[in-house]
Design a protein. Structure first.
Lengths: 285, 341, 334
């Protein structure tokens, strides 16, 4: 596995750039554990100060240091994204593999439900959930809801891989040897499914972070907890664009765009590596 | 056995219609710092005369498909021509396949056509069959739309197809019909050279007989030359005039069909012939020892030596040249010692 | 025609199923929440000043009836379906006494117009660029535009919209960044009004196009580079068919089929992007209506908009399902 990583870093430019970007942002976010001020403190520092030697990225109208706020914000946003990604992978894997392996009526039933859920608009439903929960809305609850909306498309992909595996010889051997369905799925099929899962996981992570940013920007989350979207929300509340406090808006936007680009480059370079047809066309040059 | 009863087709010259000289085409791949070179076509020289069916035989991954694609000029990176040339002679004019792509494109279908392996999917699934004829052939014929249509319909009738199939979509036709259609499409411009890449491999035996008879009939009427690639020796016996045996990217023997079957000169050819079933003969067939050669790292000297029952020390170090012997050519240091089947 | 009829029947059943599940989901979410919407609304209204307890009681009863919260769970469910089928969600609290449905109907044309235009442009342009990039692999111009489009792909709609707003609203203020049309104009089919609509719609549409084009480009490019190795394309090249014909008839037409299916699958997400964009540019569509409803705690409005958006997306998906056989003869003729 590490040799693959090393090869990708050395020969695939997109992977290298993506890896570096993501790692940098991750380190930046991890730094918040060493922040000199508490995350949620406000009006602690002189407000509206432009970037300087003392406040590297300036301060906000709420008296917070933009640098440390951003660090904590990115960490929280990324945590949210990771939780959604992991939860939705579990559901997508379970549904996809079961459906692909069992086939027949079970497959048809599961896929009909799957296709129905795909056609539902996600944002209105999420907003509805927020609306009815209001102050009782916590970010884990939001994460669970998002996870429950984000597994459909990927379950189909996983299912098609499992379907093709079901008819292979090694599956029949395993069944003859007495392996139960869960055993076959986990020990025989999972290694083949993992590449697809990884690719969809990256996409899902990007989507989840985007979702978090969007909801927070609208004010539909716990706005006292620092998140990237939350920073932009407060900046809008204090009319930062009009007052010329550009650093409050620009730096979080730049950071989140870099994070997305990094994750995206990682995703497409790994996907290209995994897909045998694209690998072939890359080989020819 | 096959008797060659061909009408004497008067041609403008006695020039061979295809000349392949010292052709080398390799897959050159560079991935993650690892370079690999698969020598699919490794120094092949052959000529094909007018009005001749030349069969190319060999096992899977022997390089015969790559050879055909290289001759047709239909190769894409990572497969590249590394050395040698492929030249056609159409009506006195020489056409170098890799020298002049524009002339090559103009010649396609009018002088050189192709019948593909698995003709199930060669037609565009979202358009009616008549559009295929239009796309491939109309620019060569110079006819008005109605005259073109009439010509195509007449041509289809000649090969036993109802002209109504022109209005159908490919998925509405059976496999056998699509195969006939492919042959009809390949011959509508009456080309001088047809390349047929395993056209009968995916068909059941009865349809296979049908298609073979059709190909023979068409060839006799048009006087075209055909390169016919298949691993099935019985098909070669049925229609080929001459056969060339490919092993590990090299031509190891070539000769008239009857001579090849009755007096094979290369140990590999002898094995191929001997392994064919014969009515009444119940002796066990021996399989060749060893594995098919790895074209990225082929054996030294004669490529066949690790599996050859007649191999000696010389075979491992020096590669035998393809030299005329008897009624054809053979590349073996011990060619005369192969016992007849 | 038999295959076609079966196809239609299957898609119609799916359509019904989507609406059934979606509407039920909306019902479940609102009726299973621990927060009582009546109490929420009451506390919102009583914030505006002291009211005597009897009025509050009357308010509670009225709201309870309004929100369909009377009777058993199952009775409420059936009553909800009745309201959906009649298109009656009651009056909006924040714009009392205007019925929720008329608010939605007023906003719907704006959203439909914006979405239809942006989605069509993003889909067509993205597919065209992707197909060209997949077929003519060595073209530098295509590679560069591909990189630009892909760089946009992972960025969320709000950020792209915000960047456009800042650029064209503040840095180089040439386009309006708020509203659907100029406020003092008489709505109608006059040239001035239509011109104003177009002007105001440019930035929201541009946002949605930039948000959507990336994914179509990427998927089309990958599809085309696979189709290029398909038998019928290789055969056409062997036949000396011109590149232009191969590209349009053999490659692009076949690649469009899965892309059309993908379009139907993406409509749920596309609608989400519209909600955010409308909010950002203060565009008078159902998205903005929804968010305003949430801000003002207007229960009926939020429920109504959510339900109608589920129905609208289902209808759009069904329309695309109807179009698909026109392009794929294998479905049309079995």
């Amino acid at each position: 596995m590490f040799s693959i990583l090393r090869d990708l870093l050395r020969f695939n430019v997109e992977f290298l750039v993506g890896f570096v970007l993501t790692a940098l942002i991750f380190l930046f976010a991890a730094a918040h554990f060493f922040a000199p001020y508490p995350d949620t403190a406000i009006y602690l520092l002189p407000p509206d100060m432009p970037p300087s030697a003392e406040f590297w990225l300036g301060t906000t109208s709420r008296g917070q240091d933009v640098f440390w706020q951003m660090s904590a914000a990115i960490w929280n946003t990324m945590t949210f994204g990771l939780v959604v990604m992991i939860l939705s992978r579990i559901v997508a894997l379970a549904v996809g593999m079961l459906s692909g392996y069992l086939g027949g009526k079970a497959d048809q039933a599961l896929m009909t439900i799957n296709d129905t859920l795909i056609a539902l608009p996600n944002i209105p439903i999420l907003l509805l959930v927020y609306f009815v929960m209001r102050d009782q809305m916590t970010w884990p609850l939001l994460a669970v809801t998002a996870a429950l909306l984000g597994w459909n498309y990927d379950a189909r992909l996983i299912r098609s891989v499992t379907l093709s595996l079901r008819n292979r010889e090694f599956t029949r051997h395993a069944v003859f040897a007495g392996m139960s369905v869960p055993q076959v799925l986990v020990r025989q099929h999972l290694p083949y499914v993992m590449p697809v899962v990884f690719f969809t996981a990256m996409n899902n992570l990007i989507w989840a972070i985007g979702l978090e940013v969007t909801l927070s920007v609208l004010g539909f989350s716990d706005v006292n907890r620092p998140t990237v979207g939350g920073m932009i929300y407060w900046a809008n509340q204090h009319q930062a664009a009009v007052s010329g406090i550009w650093w409050w808006l620009v730096f979080p936007i730049v950071a989140v765009v870099l994070l997305f680009l990094g994750l995206f480059l990682l995703a497409i370079s790994i996907n290209e590596y995994i897909d045998p047809r694209s690998r072939l066309s890359r080989m020819g040059g | 056995m096959q008797a060659t009863l061909k009408p004497d087709v008067a041609t403008s010259s006695a020039e061979p219609v295809l000349r392949v000289e010292d052709l080398k085409a390799y897959y050159q791949m560079n991935y993650f710092g690892v370079t690999r070179e698969v020598r699919a076509v490794d120094d092949i020289t052959l000529t094909i005369q007018r009005n001749e069916i030349y069969g190319i035989a060999g096992e899977s991954s022997s390089g015969k498909s790559s050879l055909i694609k290289t001759i047709a000029g239909a190769i894409r990176p990572p497969l590249r021509v590394v050395a040698g040339s492929v030249r056609f002679d159409f009506g006195g004019r020489t056409l170098d396949v890799y020298d002049d792509p524009e002339a090559m494109r103009a010649a396609r279908w009018r002088h050189l056509s192709y019948v593909m392996q698995g003709s199930m999917n060669v037609l565009n699934p979202v358009r009616r069959v008549k559009h295929a004829f239009h796309d491939f052939a109309v620019r060569h014929m110079g006819l008005s739309p109605s005259a073109f249509r009439a010509r195509v319909e007449a041509h289809l009738e000649q090969i036993g197809l109802d002209p109504q199939v022109l209005e159908a979509y490919p998925h509405q036709l059976s496999g056998g019909m699509r195969q006939r259609l492919a042959i009809g499409l390949a011959t509508v411009c009456e080309p001088e050279f047809i390349i047929a890449d395993e056209p009968t491999t995916a068909l059941d035996v009865l349809v296979q007989q049908d298609v073979l008879a059709l190909i023979k009939d068409v060839q006799m009427r048009l006087g075209s030359s055909i390169i016919f690639v298949t691993h099935d020796m019985t098909v070669h016996a049925a229609i080929a005039d001459r056969i060339g045996i490919i092993y590990a990217g090299r031509l190891v023997e070539e000769g008239p069909t009857q001579a090849m079957f009755e007096r094979p000169q290369h140990p590999y050819t002898a094995h191929l012939i001997a392994s064919l079933p014969r009515i009444g003969d119940t002796t066990r067939r021996q399989s060749l020892p060893g594995k098919p050669p790895n074209l990225a790292d082929p054996p030294s000297g004669c490529r066949f030596h690790p599996r050859c029952p007649l191999a000696v020390a010389k075979c491992a170090s020096e590669s035998p040249p393809l030299l005329p012997r008897g009624e054809g050519r053979v590349a073996c240091w011990r060619a005369g010692e192969v016992a007849a089947a | 025609m038999d295959g076609f009829a079966k196809y239609l029947a299957r898609r119609f059943l799916q359509f019904i199923l989507v609406i059934f599940l979606g509407v039920s989901l909306a019902f479940l979410i609102t009726h299973l929440s621990p927060v009582d919407p009546v109490e929420q609304s009451v506390s919102l209204m009583t914030n505006f000043g002291a009211t005597d307890p009897r009025s509050v009681e009357l308010l509670r009863a009225a709201l309870s009836e309004l929100y369909g919260l009377q009777g058993s769970f199952f009775e409420q469910y059936l009553a909800f379906w009745g309201r959906v089928l009649h298109g009656d969600f009651g009056p909006s609290l924040s714009s009392f006494p205007t019925p929720v449905m008329s608010l939605i109907m007023g906003a719907l044309p704006w959203t439909v117009g914006l979405l239809t235009l942006s989605v069509l442009i993003a889909w067509c342009l993205g597919n065209l660029l992707g197909a060209l990039a997949g077929y003519f692999r060595s073209n530098i111009l295509l590679k560069l535009s591909g990189a630009a489009v892909m760089a946009l792909h992972p960025v969320p709609a709000y950020i792209i919209g915000l960047l456009l707003l800042l650029t064209f609203g503040f840095v180089w203020p040439v386009l309006p960044i708020s509203g659907g049309a100029q406020m003092n104009l008489q709505p109608g089919f006059s040239l001035v009004f239509i011109g104003s609509v177009i002007q105001h719609g440019l930035l929201p549409a541009l946002t949605l196009v930039l948000v959507g084009i990336g994914s179509w480009f990427i998927s089309m490019r990958s599809l085309v580079s696979n189709i290029v190795t398909d038998d019928h394309v290789v055969y056409a090249e062997l036949g000396g068919v011109s590149s232009a014909t191969i590209f349009s008839q053999y490659v692009a037409r076949n690649a469009l089929l899965p892309q059309l299916t993908g379009l139907a699958l993406s409509l749920g997400n596309v609608f989400g992007g519209a909600v955010i964009t409308e909010f950002l540019f203060n565009y008078p569509g159902v998205g903005r209506l929804l968010i305003q409803g949430i801000y003002s705690g207007d229960y009926s409005l939020v429920l109504g908009v959510t339900t109608m958006s589920i129905v609208a997306v289902a209808v759009a998906v069904f329309i695309i399902d109807l179009v698909y056989p026109l392009i794929d003869p294998r479905v049309r003729l079995g």
